[in-house]
Every structure is written in structure tokens, then in C-alpha cells.
Design a protein. Sequence first.
Length: 1249
Amino acid sequence: MYCSCLCWTIVRVSAPSPISGLLDSVLTPGACGGSGTETMVDAVHKSPSLQHPDVERTVDIIQIGGRTVVWTDGASSHVLLQNLLVFRCSTICQMDLKAAEEASAEVSWARNSLLKISEANSRELEIGGSVAIARYLTAASQQPKLTASLKRCLQSLRHLKIGAWILDSSDPPQQRLLTLELPKEVTVAGALQYIIQQQTKLVKGDVSPDVERDFGSKLDPSMYLLKICCSQEYLYDSESVLIHYLYVQECIERTEVPKLSPVLLKDVLESLDLPVPQEGLNTVTTPTEAEPPSLMDLVDFDLSSPTGEAVADGDVKPESLWNLREYFAIIVRSAHTLSSGNGESLNWTPPPTSLEQISAGRPSSSLQASGRIDSTQTLQTALTNAASFLFLPIPFLLSSFLLAPFNSESLPAISAVVDPSSSLSSLGTSNKDIAAEVVTSGESPPTFLDGSWASVPTSGASAGTADPGALASARCNSAAVLSSPQYSYMVRVGISHGGQVLFEYQTTRDVQSSILTWNQPLNFHLFYADLPLATRVCVVLLRIKKRPGRIVTAYIKYIFLRLKFEYPVGWANINLFDHNGFLLTGKRTLRLWPVAFLSPDAASHQINVSGTVVENPDPEILLQLEFLNPCPNRPVRFPLDKVKQAVTGDLLDASTTTATLHRMPSISTRKLEALRSDAATADTLLSMTGDQADELAIIRDLLSRDPFYELSEQDKAVLWRNREACRRHYPAALPWLVQAVPWERHEMVADFYRLLGAWPRPLPVEVSLALLGAAGLTTASTGENCVGNTGVADPLVRDVAVQGLQAGLANANLADYLLQLVQVLRTEAYMTNSLTCFLLQRALQCPTLIGLRLCWHLRAQIHNPDTRLRFGLLLDAFCRGCGLFVNLINDQVVALHRLTALGVAVKKLTDEEEQRAWFKSELAKAEVRRDLEKITSPLCFSVKLGSIIDHQCTVKRSKKRPLWIVWTNPDILGAHHNKKHQLLFKNGDDLRQDMLTLQLLKVMDRIWKDEGLNLHLTTYGCLATGDEVGLIEVVRNSQTIMSIQGQRVRSAMQIDSSQLHRWFLQNAQGDGLAYEAAVERFTNSCAGYCVATFVLGIRDRHNDNIMVDASGRLFHIDFGHILNNKKKKFGITRERVPFVLTSDFACVIARGEEKPYRSQGFIEFIKLCGNAYLVLRRHAHLILTLFAMMLPSGLPELTCVTDLEYVRKTLAVEMTEEEALRYFNEKFDEAYNGAWTTKIDWFAHWMRS
């Protein structure tokens, strides 16, 4: 086993070898010499084992990237190797996760919840045996729901035509393709039976084309499987209808013949190194789909305190939040910067064990107090101290070495010490139970904002503390030294629910002194009882620069204004309730995010309500908050038990609800009964009063609005008054209703939860997506990397939304939305939630379609500080539960690391020919081929990459020097179909925007097909695999428009527009039917891309990023500019048309007629474009929702809702359908009439290239 980015060596050592000699002889660096990804090592060295004189215990010493880890026999080497394998795939080692669990109760809770799901999947695989494992790794995807376009294609077919590769009777037998016509409703077993019958007759030599079709004869299907030609996918469900498989559907819609071949089941098992069972295929069972756990399933209702321990006065039940009538308030005290002499980032250390250790600035015993080897100790000293060392738990040992650099000189001077409820700072966890004090680790104490020394407070007492019995307080202790006399500092605090501010923010006085101390209560006139479950406290530290006063003339008198300019220094958000619903109490040190992570929506007041609740793992400033307990010696908890009864429908009776969930909002008994009556209809509701009829009309109007429509106060009042009508007759109005809930009044919230428990389920997928990612968004934006909530904040509503996804999305559809759902994960308030569990379950159930994509989506963003721990936990659970699948992911990871190293090295060379020559020479090396050959493609798991064809590989000329890599197709039938696979590896380009565009194009293609339009869009594979690293699929048999035009100089100079049509005639080779089919595909695909590029605002379109394949399909590539972000040259915008529609395209559409725009073909093309536009417009809500869900991604061209105003405009969301069609036709005319400007741009591009 070898590591791509960390060189590691497993060493088993034993006494009586001297320790010093042992270190010199066996702890040798690997082949890579610690140089990262440039070289791999595959070595296991063995030496005599090291044993303690009093006990028999063997020690494994592992060297990882220059750091050494000791592993005892408490865990087998199998577990060790599995951990290392999972570490490479998830990028987070087990020692870091163990340390994070010990530091944070929420992380431990989250990991246990995810590992339960993982272990359940492992058990199911183990019970199923080798056949179940083979199915798990190689089963083809199905989609039983057929699109309208596919149904139309099937209606035009008399039979289902398939191609079957079988062996004939020659000696030796040769592969032969038979074209068979089967009933359209044929099952896999029926197709397999007929193919094997033909195979038998061929072997006997008496095959006849008109052999009798007997689908009823007995044949044991458990001996065979149908294999998709040139793919690693097999059709396992013998009773499934053949056309339910995605591969067959795609072939039919592309007017291609599906090609299948029969294979023996035992051959499939042997190819996967799995034992062959005595039973046949009948042992295969369809994997069970469990419901994802909701918040109520994850919460531990038996806890009596946040830590699970008994409170001071005994095991007293926590106080219900809804019983508290005190006001919430905040009081402020001290903050400072963290800095070190060498400027290195903050490292994590365990909590001190005593106040004396805090005062001294270091633990009394580094090994006993912290569970880690002191950085001043050498490994030799640590091993010599064997008495305490060998008996430490294995996670502690691994955590000690991997978290502490071996070289003590590289350690920073400052460390943050957190208590057991805090999170691992180096992982960026979002725990809300942090109670941190800052201590020195030796020589250098903490410094203030100007770099002067600071003393560490050892007591929580401060002046100005509010009476805890009268109001709840959070003490925000901030101490800072002014860098200039003209500056002062203050703290601003707000409380929010999602993007809604519950009460006007409060600000401390600004203090200007050597040390800033506020001790100032900030009162929020909001009862504790009225705080919703998703409440968060938002804090910002502001620097104030005062300007000299001036006299301002007013209408009545002169007033003096002293102008203040506020500059945010840092900000942070924190959940007010922990993952079990307990109110946050005690001291909490917030690790402030820098101003660069502040959202533009905070420009006026600097409170970043949309920001993340995750801690900054590398802060410069700490700001301490102390949350006082309104009930001394008794924890306070949100009444989740009552809420659970309401949401699950146990408290739907009005009288019970009133008694248990406090008073109900005023509503007449007569109206309530009418609303609840099963016989009530919309007409009876409308007939109650004239005012109600108007209000229900308003609700119906809201249902047609786009998700960014901002509700007025009148709209909210109408929705809330008619909430029962919404539940019974307009369930799709839930995203609007949740915005109308008075979240600051717990009686209303209780009634909403009762209503939610009775809400019709499952919700439509569109509604579920809106609740998770779009509801309530306005013109606020999110900051890059460190972003916060989107959609509805309340976790119970989000549970209902996830249930809608579980019920409404098959795996094939879920794959279309996976990119957005991963972004939504970043905004969840807690580490574990129903969405995380849902995605993990689906990924484990279908690793080839969901699991692989989820894995790479998570890895591509795991470098972000706010996602590292959250995504690391999910990756770890997936890798531990997917069985042998993790080995295949590991091969892909190794290959990507190798390609990254090659890409970096290529860029160091300046000459293009030298780059290409060096690249080909490297591909010829054995170690490079070992990493890159015989792996599955990260873009499509069913594609296996064979041997490198090094003479066809090259380095492209573009700026980032992408690598063009060509593999053979190792499939036995590869010689008859796709003889090679080609991928483009990019290092230095952010491919996430290309992924988003291609995904939206795929969604649009599905929308059109559901409406009966097959516009033949080509959505090639594109995958970001890391920070500005990724792969792009090369579309087979395709050329750019520029290369086709370049065949004739007049065409290349954009003088002659007929070259593209000549190319179509040349490819048809006189076959009229082939020519007509190719032109029809071109026309349909051109219409699709005209509409799609217009709606999405795709720019930088030229003849080198528009292509045509051999079948006639037009498609676009390179989506670096979307949402109408146009490139400029010397401040001049080159593109002046809404989308590309040149005379070259018109000539093909008109089949070469002299005046194409007057041809019948072009007139039909205009109608087709208009129809396609209207279809998309009817799904504007979904398209805008998918864009909104991507706001947390931090894409440079998608940072706020205002960036989507262009899409709202192109989809004409405020117009009627007739007005919208008229608007599109105007844009169509503008595009065609302005095509001459596009031709000029194309000529300029040809000249430059």
C-alpha cells in the first residue's frame, strides 16, 4: 500500500534493540523524501518488535510525512490500514477526528449518528454475500418514470431493437453482433433468454434470422447477467423492464441501438475477486431504503444537561424554555488578538486541568494533562518513557503525534485551550459549546490589538453584571488596545432566525482607552420563551474612527453632529441552542472571522445574519461571551418533547394543543371546523366572506411568484390568517407560509408546529428544494467561503423538506441536484441533520451514481475552513460503510495526485515543445503508469481506463496548460466501439462554474423531455476534484466550428457562411436519410442552446468553444462567464447579442437555401425556440431555486441574489406568457440581426489563434 500525498512506512519493531539504533535503522523516510505528491512509496519494513519489559505488547511505528505515529496491538494492522485508506480518501485522519470528538460533544454526537448509518450498510452488504457486493459495485441505474419525449419515441417504434454481442461457431469463436427486435415491454430475463437461445443456435451453426421467438421456455436466469457494452455495468434485476434502465433510455432518445452482451455471473464475481456462491442470482435482494432520521430521531430526550451529566442539585429535569418570562440580554467584557513570534497559525491543545496551569501558561505534565507528547521531547525520549506511553489509548497516541509537529521549533508561541465541549480548532468545527480561555504556551503571552502584552483573566466576575433572576445575559468581554488615539472600539450584537432579525440589534458604547472594557448590558426586549429553536447570536467587533464635528443647518435649530465611521474588525455567529436543544450558558469564546468573510448584506449595520455558525479555525481575534443561566443550577431546554408530539400529529386536537402548547392564536370554532372538514373545498372556503375570497386569490397569486419575491407585511398577514386553507388546499404554499410565521411569539410557533404535523406529505420536490435553499432570500448576499443559512432556518421544517426529497427523488434525479444539496450542507446549523443523513444513506445505497459524485463534491471543497470538519465527518462515514468501493476511490485519488504533480511540473517549463516532450517521457515511467492505469474514471464509474497511449497525450496551448490524456478501452468489446477514452486534466482553473452550468443544462434537458421536447443537448462530464483542480470529458467524434470553418480560408475569414453546411453534406456521403437526421439534430440542439445560453447569460461565445459532433448535434463548452458577465477589451464589451445565431447556423437549418431566414425550416426553428423558452419559463421557480442553493459556494459570479436578477429578467417572471413570448421573439430578432457583430468577433479570434 502506498500514499500519494503523505509518504508513510509501517514498521513493526521489538526489544531488545536499542531505541537509538532503532530510530536510525527503521524509521527511514519513504521514497518520496517528504516531497508530497511527486513520488509514491509502497513499502512495509519489518524489524524486531519493541516490547515493554513488564508487559508483552508490540508497537507499530508509522511514519507519515516526516511525523511518527506509534500504534499498539490494541488494534489490528487491518484496522490500521483501513484507517490510512479512509484517511487518504477523506483527507482527515482518524486521530484528528478522535481529538475533535473529545473536544466537542456535538462532533461526537454527529460522528456516532453517521457511523450508525455506515455500519448498517456494512452489515447489509455482509449479509448479502458476494452477489450483493457485486451488485453494489456494478449494478446499472434505473429510472422507471419515463419522460414524455421517451414515450413519444416508443410510440413510434413497433419493436425494441437491441444489439447483442455473442460468439459464433467459428474456430476459434468470433464475436458477432446480432440485431434483435424484442417487444417493448420485454424484461431483462426475457431479453437474456432470447439472446442465449440465439447464442446456442450460433454455436450449433443453424442460426436462422426468422427463428421462432419463444420467450416462455424455461431458463434459469441466475447463471447469466446482461452487460452493457463497453461498460462495467450489469443488469441485475431480471424482472425489471428493459426500458427502465437509463442506458437503454438514453440510447432510444439518441436514436441509437442499445448494445448488450450475456455474461456468466461467476465470471463477474471472479473479475471482482469475490467468491462464487452455490446459489444463483435469486440470492440478490434489492437494497432497502430507510427513512433518513429527523431532528427528533437524533435528539437525546433523556439528557438532563447539555453534557449529559447530572446538575449540581441532583438529576433535576431541565426547565422548559416556554416557561421563562425573563428578557434576553447581553453584557460585554474582553477580546484580544492571537499572535506569535513566527506568525504561524494557531494550534490546538487540550484543556488545562487546573487554574494554576492556566495562570502558569502550561500544563503541569504535558503527557498527563494533554494526552500528547510535549513538543520539546524527542521521539527517543518519548519511547524511553514507556511506562506511561505504552498504556495510553490508541486514539490518544495517534492524535498526539499527528496533531503535534515533531520539530518543536516550528510550534507557535500561542495556543488556545478549549474545554471538552469545545471543537477542534484546526478542523473548523461549528460547536456552540465552546468555553475557551487563552493561555500562553511558554514564553509569549497573548497580545492586544496593537501587539502589547495582555494578562489572562482567571475569574468570570465583572462589574455591571445583570441580575440572573431578572434577565438573561451574555457577557461579551472585549479588551483591546488602540493603535491610534482617533480609534475606539465597540461590539454590536443581534439575534436572528435565519435571515430574519428578531429584534433590533444592540451596540455597546465605544470605548477609547489603553484597554477596552465594556461591562455593559445590551437589553433585547424579547422573552426567553419567545426565542425560536434556530435562534443565533450574531456579533461584530467594530473599530470607530471619529471625525471633527461640524454644524449642520436644520429646519428649526442648529445641531452638532460628531460623525462616526464604523469599520468591522471581525464577526462571528453562534447558535443559541445546542444540538440537543439546551440553551447555551457559560463562557464562550468566539473566534472571529476576518472582514474578508463579511457579507455585503451587512454593509449598513455590519451584523452578518447570513454568515456561518462555524468557528474560524485560524482566528486573529477572540471575543468572549458569557451566557448566564436564567435558572440557576438548572439547565434550560427548548420543549422538543412537546414539539415532537405536535409535529408527529399526536396533538392535532385543538383542545389538547391549547392546553399543552400554550394558548392558540385567535380563530373561531366555526371557521376551524369548516377548515378541518373533509368535505370542505376551495369553493366553500371562498364563499365564507368576500374578504376571504380576495385573500385566497392573493395566495394563489403567490404560488405563481418566483422564489425571490419579497413578501409584504400584508402578504404575511394574509398567509397567516389563512394557514389552515393553505394546508388543506395549497400545500405548495409552505415556503411562503414559513416566512409569515411570527417566529418571535412562541404561541404562534406552537400552532405552526401543530399545523406542520398535519401538512400533506410528501412535499413536491420543487417545494422541498425551495424550503432548503431559497425561501426567504432577498437581496442579501453571502460571503466567499464562509457562508451561512439559505432557505428556512427552522430544523423541523427542513426535516419535512428532506422527507419530500426522499419520497420524490429517484437516484437518477437526485444526481441532478447533488451539486446544490452539497452547498446546502454548508449552511446547516448543526453537524448532523436529516439532510446529511439522507445524502449519506443514498450515497451508501447507490455508490456508483450518488456516492462517487458526493465524494468528489465534498473533497473539492474540503479545503475551506468552514467545511473541513463537517465534510470530513461525512466522507469518513461514507468510506467506512461502502465496503470495497473505497479501494476504487483510493485508486482515483492516487491518480489525481499524480496528475496534479505532473501539471505543476509542466508549468515550470517555459517552452511548449519542451513541456510536451517532458510530459510524454514522464508517462512512459513505470511508477506513473502504475498510478494512472487500470482505474475507474472519476467522471463515470462504469468506465474503466486501460493503458496510457503516451504518444497521443499532450499539453494543450491554453493558459493553464491542461493535460490531454488518452487511455485504451480495456473492455473485451472495446475494439468494436469506443477504442479509447480521453480526459482533459486542468490545474489552476475553478471548474465549479462549468459544473453548475452543465448541471443546469442537464436539468433543462430533462424539463424539455418531460414536456415532450427532445433538443439533443450534450452534457459532457466535468468534475472539480479539488481547489482549482478537475477533469473534463472529451466528447468523441466532435470538432469546433472554427476547425470546420478553417478548412476554407473564405469561411475562416467569415466571408463564406456555407462551409458548415458543406461539412454536413460531406459527412452524409450522399445518404439522404442520414443528412436529414443530422440536420434535424443540429436544428433541435441549436434551438436548445440558443434558449439555454440566453436564459443563463452564458458569455464569451466564439467559434472555438462551440462544437458539432459527427451525428450533427451542436453543443457549447467552456462556461467561464455566466449570468451576463461579459468580457471586455480595453473597456469595450465585445458581445452585443443575447445569444449566438449566425448565418452559418441558419444555412444548415435552412438546408442550404439562398435566403435561409425565409425558409420553412427556419420558420419552424423560430417556433421551436419559442416553445422551448416557454417550457423553461414554466419551470422558472426550479431554475431560480437551484441558482439560489448555489449561493454558499462562493462562485465569483454568483455571490448574492442580485446576481440572479438577469435570470429573473430573461425568464420574464413578472410578465404573462404572451408578453414573455413577445419579449423572447424580440431578443431572437436582436440575435439574428446582430449576427454580423458575432462574425467580426469570430474573425478576430481566428486571427489571434
